[in-house]
Design a protein around this ligand. Structure first.
Ligand code: PDD
Length: 287
């Protein structure tokens, strides 16, 4: 069966799906994206993802391409047409197509919406969590508004590639000796009192939707959280570490650069939080 993509109102064969060469996303990275997971046909953390999508679009003065309800129907339809139950769904909105020129196009052009869906393997993710993953540190050279989920991801791409070259799962980005976040995940550590530490929401990190739900779970589990920046050295001396994202959920980190954390196995706090996150995400999943 051919894979199906959504391009500006049409469901097309993935191999035929295309955007215009003067799409401003292509020429200027003038657009935003969202990435979310559907399990059993229901989207985890959908409210958070759609609210952040709106915030990112508002920050760039791009209109929401369609209403929230219509968008959810289109996402569901895309997943259905691809005959998926568990899926990674990618949404991208750009300022649309116009002759190349830096200012916003005048007259106004409609935003362009593209969506793709592919299979997500929950068992594989759980198996990886049971083993834990390693991360490397990498300089954070990104711009000053990384809270906007912009498609301009070159520093993230370079950091992730550096991680892959080292056989690591993720790169933790370091600015002024502080870990901001991962190249596509939020970064957390656990201190010797069992307190969770993660960078506060600001223009310096992407406010993860998984991070938000994990914070709720931590509160329900009566685990203390300090939202503050932490140094790379502090992370290497931490009891545990983990990352969060829509595709990783809560993923235990067992090694940072050459430093093995604890006994080199996923920590109990991270594993507990992962189970709590999965249960909560399932409970609040949208149609
Ligand atoms: N990445 N920080 C960055 C830089 C990210 O790109 C992401 C998400 C996160 C976690 O956000 P969330 O919990 O909402 O997924 C943090 C997605 C998964 C991606 O780029 O594919």
């Amino acid at each position: 069966m051919a894979q199906i993509a959504y391009v500006n109102g049409a469901y097309v064969r993935h191999c035929d799906a295309a955007v215009h060469i003067e799409d401003r996303g292509y020429q200027f990275a003038d657009g935003i994206y969202e990435a979310c997971i559907m399990i059993d046909g229901r989207c985890w953390d959908i409210d958070g993802h759609l609210e952040r999508m709106k915030r990112s679009l508002d920050a760039l003065e791009i209109d929401m391409p369609m209403g929230r309800r219509a968008l959810m129907i289109a996402m569901g339809e895309l997943v259905r047409r691809n005959r998926l139950r568990d899926a990674f769904v990618y949404l991208q909105v750009t300022r649309g197509v116009a002759p190349r020129n830096h200012p916003f196009p005048k007259p106004w052009t409609p935003p362009a919406l593209v969506m793709t869906a592919r299979r997500f393997n929950l068992d594989q993710s759980d198996a990886q969590a049971a083993r834990g993953v390693s991360v490397i540190s990498h300089p954070d050279i990104r711009w000053g508004r990384v809270d906007i989920k912009s498609v301009g991801l070159l520093p993230n791409v370079l950091a992730k590639e550096a991680a892959v070259k080292e056989g690591a799962y993720e790169a933790w980005l370091v600015r002024d000796d502080k870990v901001t976040e991962g190249s596509s995940t939020n970064a957390w550590i656990v201190d010797d009192q069992g307190v969770l530490i993660t960078h506060p929401k600001s223009h310096e990190i992407l406010g993860g939707i998984t991070r938000e739900t994990a914070l709720v779970c931590a509160q329900e589990l009566q685990i203390k959280v300090h939202e503050r920046a932490f140094a790379l050295e502090e992370a290497k001396n931490a009891t545990e570490a983990f990352i969060t994202s829509a595709t990783s959920f809560v993923m235990p980190v067992t090694k940072i650069d050459t430093t093995v954390l604890g006994n080199g196995k996923p920590g109990p706090v991270a594993l507990r939080l992962r189970e709590a996150y999965k249960a909560k995400a399932r409970e609040i999943a949208g149609a």
